[in-house]
Design a protein around this ligand. Sequence first.
Ligand code: MG
Length: 251
Amino acid sequence: MKYIRLIDNGMPVYGILDDGLIRIMKNTPFEGEPILSGSSIPLEETQLLPVVPFSKAVCIGLNYRDHAEEFGLPIPETPVVFLKPSTSACACGDKIIYPEMCHRLDYEAELAVVIGRKAKDVSEESALDYVLGYTIANDVTARDLQPKNGQWTIAKGFDTFMPIGPYISDEVDGAKLMITSRVNGETKQKSNTSNLIFTIPYLISYISHVMTLLPGDVISTGTPGGISGMQKGDTVEIEIEGLGILRNTIG
Ligand code: MG
């Protein structure tokens, strides 16, 4: 199924995306089988929301070999983990705001894992049982602020720095998906999630031994090589096989 989140009659709701039509749900994907309201809306007439209102986005740095290499950094022996605040979320189609204090704004195409049920101390073998599905994230980064701060919270934590969507799918295998980013139509990153250094089950298990993962939390699995800057007015697209296109403009 493909779950999408939108405003319907002034309220945030989930729906099931089916061939360009959204069938509105009465519940959320975190509450069991979908209960349909009976109404539907064409996708193009909707105002999308960030596809999941996460309490935390747990992000992995340097999880593709070529991305570590482009910074001249060693391949990590344990996952590099940081958090993005809930207020960084924005929807497919929303504007990414170029902060005044930033002089180099980068995209980072990432596969995002959406946690479906509470996960604490889970094993690698059972980790995928806790996954609702997968979506696309853009780990937007104020690159020039990243080394200045010692930590990455400022560089990656601005409002709108976590576009997420357009939908969550439980129909794909996160371990082998083509991932591409484009700026104004020009391809910038092209890889496959099979190149992840730390696998999705490993990451879920590892993180759940540190912090409880709640339904709707997100693990963003890192970006491949090929990062570069964006300017105001640019359009950035991230495409992942089976997960559609996450498209935003810079404003
Ligand atoms: Mg990243």
